[in-house]
Design a protein around this ligand. Sequence first.
Ligand code: PRX
Length: 643
Amino acid sequence: MSDVFPVSEQWAETSRCDKAKYRAMYERSVKDPDGFWAEMAERLDWMRKPTRIKNTSFEGDVRIRWYEDGELNVCYNCVDRHLEKRGDQVAIIWEADDPNIDRKITYRELHEKVCKLANVLKAQGVKKGDRVTIYLPMIPEAAYAMLACARIGAIHSVVFGGFSPDSLADRINDAQSKLVITCDGGVRGGRAVPLKENADKALEKCPADVKILMFRHTGLDVPMKKGRDIDAGPLMKEASADCPPERMNAEDPLFILYTSGSTGKPKGVLHTSGGYLVYAALTHEYVFDYKDGDIYWCTADVGWVTGHSYILYGPLANGATTLMFEGIPTYPSITRFWDVIDKHKVTIFYTAPTAIRSLMQKGDEPVKKSSRKSLRLLGSVGEPINPEVWKWYHRVVGDSRCPIVDTWWQTETGGILISALPGAIDLKPGSATLPFFGVQPALVDNDGKILEGPAEGNLVMVDSWPGQMRTVYGDHERFVQTYFSTFKGYYFTGDGARRDEDGYYWITGRVDDVINVSGHRLGTAEVESALVAHPAVAEAAVVGYPHDIKGQGIFCYVTLQADIEPSEDLRKELVAWVRKEIGPIASPDVIQWAPGLPKTRSGKIMRRILRKIAANEFDNLGDTSTLADPAVVDELIENRKSL
Ligand code: PRX
């Protein structure tokens, strides 16, 4: 039996959803999706109200359309419509890396900045449907840039600042962006991040007509290429603050966000306007029980989907005050999160297990130095949270007072699919609990057979929800293949899960070749192709292995070219190489020299065995009789033991 933390009486009474309401709303959402989602769409301001609500199919060519005859502007919904009632309310609290610097941006100021930037973009020739790549740190300009794109109907593609020039170039090229918005440099944990320099390097691999619009942030002296690089500062000063929002169809694209899969290069996940915003806003309101007066802080980066949906779009569509943090949890000290919570009187705090684990390691004392009295709700996202970490988060950070919502979702899902609602669903540490309105999860075995009752299997979705991705940008066939071909008629998440006797879902992690390192999603294939691009490497196989802080670490088996000797220097060189190719987030944790890799007679690498060896589980390797050369396994085990 797992522990249960029942909904408190106070939460049941005061939150926007109690048990009965959850059950009723859920039931209606799956029995009458058209009626339910038509009603939920009323939370937005439409230029043309949708009359066709759901038009989706997971069969054949796969079609996902929501609100398809509706028209709206996402930026208008996140900014303009709040001006009358909350023009002077703070929309964004910006907390800099330096603890002495912060800024508060009201909805009125946000409107002005976004309109100006939208006009700057227009003056650069950016039109509806054009793609704009955003490569910015966690500064307000990132929010302005995303909203300005939405305002004029341009499709943004945000690239996380921790990606290398090569990764940035791939994403610019795939999206065929003609403009990259960046800044001179970023700063995280007191360390400089050379964003403009990276963008310069990336552009060496892009068409000559790609331009850079650069904001100044750290004041770093950076070279500006004439005719290509544009200084945003003077243009923003001169630009008009009047820019009417573009009329957009609900199914017009809002953004592309690249994410890793089992195979090949990262895919451009495409989200559209109407359904995405309804879903992001509704989940933000219900899962976090957001109410006027809350100070809401999601610690993610806008380079990831969590930042899109739950720093920016969901909260702003709800007229919230959202905190944007430039720094890291451990700078200038390990009390930074708690200091920020006290400084800004944060009421809702949403972070990742990896951050909690690293802070938990330092004990209770640093947390106890802070008050945290303002907190009323905690959230977790990005990877499974171990029950003992959950309990520490609950007891120490939340003083046993704050419920924890463990939210399971993906870049592809646009918003939270499985999570507790704090006033409606009893909590079990380690379980994401129950599906959100309209979400129909199921478990299937490896043959695609639906499993009933308590079971463990592959997590699929039976039907669509408004926040679902619509396609892989420029490659609909890949979309169909990746998500709908493994189990016919279902959306396959790539995750495994267990369902208990109460119908609660327990996510067990990825069942494909995707790994989750500190909440960052990486394809093992990407790391492998980076490694084999090094001249000394003949072959490489990469797997995830359990890591106390990161959740999973990156374990690389490397076979060197015949004439190359392994050495400590070469090991370091390969780590640096992968960082350069993909970015610092892909730093290998372990490189093990492998004279050979375990392959079947048809040449397929048996990753199952490699995962076991990496995890130091040597007893239970399963059937090795189909291997072309079973002796390599013994050798790998010996090498692993001596690491
Ligand atoms: O494996 C699941 C894990 O993160 C994957 C999605 O990664 P990404 O697209 O980068 O989005 C992360 C933020 C939504 C999932 O397939 N994951 C995410 N949230 C949880 C989780 N695993 C367990 N519990 C969660 N709450």
